[in-house]
Design a protein around this ligand. Sequence first.
Ligand code: PLP
Length: 372
Amino acid sequence: MEATDDGCCRSAATEVGRGWLNEAVRRVEADANRSADTHLHVFPLPPAWGIDLYLKDESVHPTGSLKHRLARSLFLYALCNGWISEGSTITEASSGSTAVSEAYFARLLGLPFVAVMPATTSPEKIALIEFHGGRCHLVEDASTMYDEARRLAAESGGHYLDQFTYAERATDWRGNNNIAESIFEQLSAERHPIPAWVVVGAGTGGTSATIGRYVRYQRHDTRVCVVDPENSAFFEGWVTGDPSYETGIGSRIEGIGRPRVEASFLPSVVDAMVSVPDAASIAAMRWTSRTTGRSVGGSTGTSMWGALRLVAQMHAAGETGSVVTLLCDGGERYAHTYDSDSWLAEHDLDIAPYTATLEKFYDTGEWVEPTR
Ligand SMILES: *Cc1c(COP(=O)(O)O)cnc(C)c1O
């Protein structure tokens, strides 16, 4: 750029792409406009307990998971920041549902999309990303996927969406039909419209950040509980207050749990955390699918374990109220893993004691935590 003699400088770059940008934003907005809000299902608890449990069903988005919201927000944020223009190659580091949803939005905008992921990613996942028009770039060492995604974007003059940094700030936390606003509106005619707890898992941490900020902004008396699977850094990082805490090991519960405390995780809006054994997550996933007749994924099992534990504590203390958690994705994606008994055996997971806890709780209201 060059300034003229009168101390004025006008960007050619912002001028060129404005027409394309307008059309891109319109397409993303039009996609949202065509979509319906997601259901808030009632989970059947004994009515006499005076406690209501709800599941916000994020599996019904066009790309099948909670990540549809995230992908929409990341694209809009990048478009409106002037970070994406016509022909930009979009990259992301993701081994899962985020890449699926982002591939969908990239295609909507006519942009090439590359998902950088570990070589161990399942063929089904790769097929799903390719189905939505994305390309998969596999790396041997999972810890290199962030730098690789950044490098691929830089080389082509494209944009690295970087979910683990931007998830918390790309979403409008004050409202604009974010997940928190939607939940509170859907609860407005219930007997306990302000939930005592909202229970969520953390992948990027973006969802817990949005809900935590929203309840503070609205001055609601709601607490946010984050459930965390085995090997994830979020729990210890939160307990010790150390944002640099790392386990270096990936989580087995898809979508949640990270080897490091991601930048997008906002510990100061989290009121409680529960570390959930993977066997408990899978027991709760299967039990929830049976009890509701709705097939749910592994991270929903983790959330349900945490939510039911809170319900049990409220019940034991003679409290009434409501608890909300998320149905993050459906169980169809996990037929060969969490739903397979041979997979459980291979991974040395015994879900029987956890299933027994859930069944006893549902029958009697008494929660007996299995010894770990
Ligand atoms: C991403 C994800 C979550 C957690 O959401 P974040 O906002 O990224 O913390 C939970 N469950 C599933 C299945 C997910 O894909």
